[in-house]
Write a protein that binds this ligand. Structure first.
Ligand code: ADP
Ligand code: MG
Ligand code: MG
Length: 252
């Protein structure tokens, strides 16, 4: 079972001019096995929502709650959130020079499970994940994200998600900058994850393109730190046709 509840979330970020309110009361529940898409214009606070749930120290939660299967997430450390079953694929994955993909994955898996994975099955699982994501056999020996192409970064994020096997995954613009072949490979990986029992998915995207491959159960339109409208997959189609103008004008 996995349910992620976000209740009236208010978040500020520290800027040179002092704290700035970014999220202004976000309420949304990802039920067991559901896929939700958050769409919205640049600067509407989508990444801020993702970082806040993952526990990035720069984002100050000033109100509201986040519960994973009824347990308070906001009082947990970043590590505890990952162990509880939350995973975030960042919009801009960070480089970790000197740490190989293989070591990084094994360390993360060990930290999350509380014990090292059995070597033989683990190596098999890693190789299978790499192959499915069309990352070549030398990829595991490269430093995390160092010199990776845009597509390699995103495919590596999906490999992490599949291997770490969280309860709820948040993918922040994992589709951005991908060509059509890479988009298909990434979407296939996401759909493999979704096919497992009870996995929650929060898919943050600026474009409707990925939603043709990964059909969401619900779509939320994010404007100025709030959910401006929600609906089913048909809402994404309307956005495709109409753009965000209608929402941004209405929010002034
Ligand atoms: P989105 O992901 O929807 O494009 P973001 O969450 O990245 O939006 O940003 C929302 C707003 O918060 C923007 O105005 C952005 O400039 C501001 N913001 C986000 N993070 C920071 C930060 N670390 N420092 C200063 N401003 C930030
Ligand atoms: Mg942005
Ligand atoms: Mg963003």
């Amino acid at each position: 079972m996995s349910t992620l509840e976000i209740k009236d979330l208010h978040v500020e970020v520290a800027t040179e001019d002092g704290p700035k309110a970014i999220l202004k009361g976000v309420t949304l529940t990802i039920g067991d096995g559901e896929t939700h898409a958050i769409m919205g214009p640049n600067g509407s606070g989508k990444s801020t929502l993702a970082y806040s749930i993952a526990g990035h120290p720069k984002y100050d939660v000033t109100g509201g709650e986040v519960l994973l299967d009824g347990v308070d997430v906001l009082s947990m450390s970043v590590d505890e959130r990952a162990r509880a079953g939350l995973f975030l694929a960042m919009q801009y994955p960070v480089e970790v020079p000197g740490v190989s993909v293989a070591n990084f994955l094994r360390t993360a898996k060990t930290a999350i499970d509380g014990e090292a994975p059995k070597l033989r099955t683990w190596v098999k699982d890693v190789n299978a994940a790499m192959e499915q994501l069309k990352l070549d056999s030398t990829f595991s020996q490269r430093s995390v994200n160092e010199g990776f192409s845009g597509g390699e970064k995103k495919r590596h994020e999906i490999a992490q998600m599949e291997l770490l096997d969280p309860k709820v995954a948040i993918l922040d613009e994992t589709d951005s900058g991908l060509d059509i072949d890479a988009l298909k490979v990434v979407s296939d990986g996401v759909n493999r994850f979704r096919a497992k029992e009870g996995k929650g998915l929060l898919l943050i995207t600026h474009y409707t393109r990925i939603l043709r491959y990964i059909e969401p159960d619900f779509v939320h339109v994010f404007v100025d730190g709030r959910v401006a409208e929600q609906g089913g997959p048909e809402l994404a189609e309307r956005l495709e046709a109409e753009g965000y103008d209608r929402f941004t004008n209405a929010s002034v």
